[in-house]
Design a protein. Structure first.
Length: 195
């Protein structure tokens, strides 16, 4: 039984033979070089190999690390903004679920004023003439920092809308009292949310 001729083996065999011939010629050429030429060629080969390693392997990695270091603060800032948005969304969800009725708001307002240390300097009264419930808080010689903190927190703690704030530095015997304010604050029920 005769074996069919292998057409793919012949070109490979020829290529190996050609490669062996080139290697033999390179060896003959190398032995014909002087020791100084060999050192110079070896140095050039090492230099070219080093440049190729740097260009292909090391420089892209170094550039990638530098870009990462530049992007990292921006990514941290983006992550912080996303965390803040998530917290805000969670707070808004909780706020909608815990809405107080208009009857309970005066007691909640008085309690929040007490917790803020403003009960002695404020008077809460219901205002009339509006379709939505309105409360007016009269402020007399209250600590300005405490009032500002309370005003900043009240819409979040109790679902009310600040309608008006008219505060001025307190005056006693014609003299201004630094850090003390007097005036009035108007609070309203928030507008009904659309479904």
């Amino acid at each position: 039984m005769s074996r069919p001729p292998n057409h793919t083996a012949a070109p490979l065999h020829g290529a190996f033979r050609h490669l062996a011939g080139v290697k033999k010629q390179a060896g003959i050429w190398w032995r014909g070089c002087t020791p100084r030429e060999r050192r110079l060629l070896t140095t050039c080969a090492v230099l070219i190999t080093s440049v190729l390693c740097w260009t292909v392997g090391i420089k892209p990695a170094v550039d990638s690390i530098a870009k990462s270091r530049a992007l990292l603060p921006m990514l941290h800032a983006d992550a912080a903004r996303i965390d803040a948005l998530i917290l805000e969304a969670q707070t808004l969800q909780r706020r909608r679920s815990g809405r107080l009725e208009a009857d309970a708001l005066p007691q909640a307002l008085e309690a929040s004023l007490r917790r803020a240390g403003l009960a002695a300097a404020t008077t809460l009264s219901a205002a009339s003439g509006s379709t939505t419930p309105v409360w007016e808080i009269s402020v007399t010689e209250a600590n300005a920092a405490r009032i500002m903190e309370w005003l900043a927190a009240i819409p979040r703690l109790i679902q009310v809308r600040i309608g008006a704030v008219e505060l001025a530095r307190s005056r006693v015997d014609g003299r201004d009292r630094p850090g003390q304010v007097s005036g009035r604050i108007v609070l309203q029920m928030p507008m009904k949310e659309q479904p």
